[in-house]
Design a protein around this ligand. Structure first.
Ligand code: CGF
Length: 829
């Protein structure tokens, strides 16, 4: 670039002593310097939050060093890169994760101690970055950690929402939503790249390119918005590699609106320009549907367009034509949300880079891979043609052209089966003519991945059956995984130390298969004792949190039984609550002398409901109403407690998961594509009570049925059971607990009526009634096992030992080798 001074790379790498030092006194000096010069407080007087800020900036400096070196190294080696496009990343906090991955947590803790601060206390000052809803978004975050750790040349691309996922506040037991303006006090984990900006265009008209004819067109946009890059360095563990998560923020474009300038309408001109910023202002809080919303489509195109300009610019820096593009670039579509990238690549290559249409199409077919996270066909994203035509007229034309060629080809393959042709078309000719984003993604991607084996079977036999029959080779699956760095090392340091001690190595932090080594110690009495001690301390930490948050005192000798995840009918929190009512009812009706046999339980439920999802909100209210009754019943005491943990997020999960004895993953079989929460609990030695759904099927293969509590209808039985409707036999206990809710035993009789209607009278779509009996039996089996603490501890150790396969390192390695065709590119030193 003009005016820049470039230091020779070789020489620079020679200057190794330029690196910031990480001994305690250097760290102290850095922290104090940041207190004074970054936070602008006196180094003799600053509070915990200011200390956190200074600490974060000192860590950030170290991240930036490694990150620069990584980028220089990638540039020099020019490997094939993976670009991971996702509209959501649920990163949570960064401080602990960063220092652990950098390998300098203890040094920081020592340095802070001498300054009079506790590392843990400062870490609590950080807010969560909640730029996503649930499973898909946290999965993206876990995968970024694995990509960095395994030295892959990867970039994540997404949107920098100003408002993350809403904060959940519970008032009188009802959920209320509060905006999460998470950038209020600045964000030390991002770097604003004022010089990395791209114009993103919307609206306008399309004209023929008179000089070039053919399929090349000229788009005359009606509005331009500027995309500004914010880079979030993602450090790997045990490597210098630090990769980039680049999030785009929308800013008004620099272009002057001559019209308002001339009319003197200055204020309105400014206000209109300001509107540009709304594109990246807020995350859609519904993980079920957002069909047909213009802002949502704008968000999708905005991040796709900016990312592709960036990717193509980087490619062109070292390549003079597009011949090598598929050898250097892999684009991953995380769900259908970034599917417009397909049309955008075609547009750029044909209209702007002047490639022949067929050549551009050839490139497109080689670079995209798509992962579906959906089970239900009705959950698939559709964009009304009218909307697309007004917002992105050129992209609509391109999609039509792709569809035309594809349908012609299809006719040659399958003949004139019009039903099938219409099902497989990218364009849906319904009451509202729409573009089917999943069909677009499947047609143009070389690989379509599911997120667990059974999910992939569902995709092949139901959701995308027509496509599977046509292109069986495209379909594959990569069972989800989660990162052990966040979910064991950061969130459960004492278990982490225990595992390392018993395995005699810390290598499992980068190679989870080593955890299997714990199997042979599963009966060792010394390990049992240490294991139980670690678990107890984690339960005490959770009990303190519960008391501080809700005033409810819980006993750590009770079984902590947890269900934390988004509230959904299919996830069946209602089944859990009805089971708790049954337990309460049993205790109440039991002879006093029999109560000594009851295994004390603390039932913990947490999760957000989409703001417009009425039934989910009623489930939250029911949980709180039942909790109110039980927790205030002196007759029950410590035998049963129910706690609803408000504002469930990544940080809360980090606290709750290590303290759980039992966790519930009880979706109606065939509804959870994978489920990733279960993997986090499993790693932490928590036993699972589960249906045979999603990835649970694979967990069973790893740890065996005997080490968990399974129940419920199997996937293949569900359709026939539904057919039976009102004739389906339901146990008496089920009718009884629903009646208690209906009769107002927990108050709010009218409010809960529609909730009860959802599970009775032939409406029980998610089969709560049918599964109730086997659910209670599984719960009873859990009670029985808990009484035998040796047995329980052995099961717990075997759960952790069998969790190796569910590391996102394994998932990412499979993607790298089988789908993306990329190789590690490790930064030296
Ligand atoms: O994606 C999910 C989750 N709700 O975010 N789906 N979506 N969309 C699935 O329902 C989960 O089963 C899955 O684990 C997750 C990530 O693939």
């Amino acid at each position: 670039g003009g005016g820049e001074t470039r230091v020779g790379v070789e020489r620079m790498f020679g200057l190794m002593d330029r690196f910031l030092k990480s001994d305690p006194s250097s760290l102290q000096k850095d922290i104090l310097d940041h207190v004074e010069y970054t936070v602008a407080r006196s180094r003799f007087s600053f509070d915990d939050f200011e200390a956190y800020q200074a600490l974060a900036h000192s860590v950030r400096d170290r991240l930036i060093e490694r990150w620069h070196d990584t980028q220089i190294h990638f540039k020099k080696k020019d490997p094939k890169r993976i670009y991971f496009l996702s509209l959501e990343f649920l990163m949570g906090r960064s401080l602990s994760n960063s220092v652990i991955n950098l390998g300098i947590r203890d040094q920081y803790a020592d340095a802070l101690k001498e300054l009079g601060f506790e590392f843990e206390v400062l870490a609590e000052q950080e807010g969560d970055a909640a730029l996503g809803n649930g499973g898909v978004a946290r999965l993206s975050a876990c995968q970024m950690d694995s990509l960095a750790t395994m030295d892959y040349p990867a970039w994540g691309y997404g949107l920098r929402y100003q408002y993350g996922l809403f904060r959940q506040v519970i008032l009188d037991g009802y959920q209320h939503e509060q905006p999460d303006y998470w950038l209020n006090f600045g964000n030390p984990w991002e770097i604003e790249r004022v010089h990395v900006t791209y114009p993103v265009k919307f609206y306008g008209t399309v004209e023929d390119d008179n000089f070039n004819g053919g399929k090349r067109k000229v788009w005359l946009p009606g509005e331009t918005v500027e995309a500004v890059a914010y880079d979030n360095p993602i450090p790997g563990h045990g490597t210098r590699n630090t990769i980039t998560l680049r999030l785009w923020a929308a800013k008004p474009s620099d272009q002057i609106d001559m019209e308002s300038y001339n009319t003197g309408d200055y204020i309105n001109a400014v206000v209109n320009r300001q509107r540009a910023e709304t594109i990246s202002s807020v995350l859609y809080p519904d993980d079920r549907s957002y069909q047909g919303k213009e802002l949502r489509l704008k968000q999708q195109y905005f991040f796709v367009s900016a990312s592709l300009q960036d990717i193509i610019r980087r490619f062109k820096d070292s390549h003079s034509n597009f011949d090598d593009f598929p050898e250097k670039v892999a684009l991953q579509l995380n769900d259908t949300h970034p599917s417009l990238a397909i049309a955008e690549v075609m547009r750029v290559l044909v209209d702007e880079e002047h490639l022949d249409w067929n050549r551009a199409w050839d490139i497109v077919c080689k670079i995209f891979s798509f992962t579906s996270h959906t089970v239900l066909p009705e959950g698939l994203e559709k964009v009304p043609v009218d909307l697309l035509e007004s917002l992105l007229p050129r992209h609509l034309q391109i999609i039509y052209d792709i569809n035309f060629d594809y349908i012609e080809e299809l006719k040659k393959r399958i003949g004139l089966d019009y039903d099938r042709l219409s099902r497989m078309s990218i364009v849906e000719d319904g009451a509202i003519k729409s573009i089917r984003m999943a069909n677009l993604a499947i047609v143009c991607s070389h690989t379509v991945n599911g997120v667990s084996r059974v999910h992939s079977e569902l995709l092949k036999t139901r959701v995308f059956k027509d496509f599977y029959e046509l292109w069986p080779h495209k379909f594959d699956y990569k069972t989800n995984g989660v990162t052990q760095r966040r979910w064991i090392v950061v969130s459960n340091p004492s278990l982490s130390a225990l595992i390392s001690k018993w395995l005699g190595t810390e290598a499992w932090i980068r190679d989870m298969d080593l955890l299997a080594g714990l199997q042979e110690q599963a009966a060792n009495a010394d390990l049992h004792e240490e294991w139980r001690m670690v678990r107890k301390v984690n339960k005490m930490r959770l009990a303190e949190y519960i008391e501080a948050m809700s005033g409810i005192k819980v006993s750590v000798s009770a079984m902590f039984d947890v269900q934390i995840k988004r509230i959904h009918e299919y996830k069946r929190q209602l089944l859990n609550i009805l089971g708790i009512i049954h337990r309460y009812d049993c205790i109440k009706n039991m002879e006093k002398s029999d109560r000594t046999k009851v295994v004390p339980r603390v039932c913990i439920i947490g999760g957000k409901a989409a703001p417009g999802y009425k039934i989910a909100k009623k489930i939250i209210k029911l949980c709180n109403a039942v909790a109110e009754k039980i927790n205030n019943d002196p007759d029950v005491g410590d035998l049963l407690k129910l706690v609803f943990i408000p504002d469930y997020n990544v940080s809360v999960a980090e606290l709750v998961i290590p303290g759980a004895d039992l966790s519930q993953h009880i979706s109606t079989a065939g509804h959870e594509a994978s489920g990733t929460g279960s993997m986090k609990f499993l790693m932490n030695g928590c036993l699972l009570l589960a249906t045979e759904d999603g990835s649970t099927v694979e967990i069973i293969e790893e740890i065996g049925k005997d080490n968990m509590f399974l129940f419920g209808a199997k996937m293949h039985e569900v359709p026939a059971l539904r057919e039976k409707g009102p004739t389906l036999k339901v146990p008496l206990q089920f009718a009884r607990v629903v009646r208690m809710v209906r009769d107002g035993y927990f108050g709010f009789q009218d409010y809960f009526e529609s909730l009860c209607d959802k599970v009775e009278g032939g409406n029980d779509f998610y089969l709560l009634g049918y599964d109730f009996q086997s659910y209670l039996e599984a719960q009873a089996a859990a009670d029985k096992a808990f009484v035998d603490q040796d047995k329980w501890t052995r099961m717990s150790i075997l759960s952790t030992a069998g969790s190796g396969r569910f590391s996102s390192d394994r998932t990412i390695e499979e993607y790298a080798e089988k789908t993306w065709g990329i190789e590690p590119c490790r930064c030296p030193f």
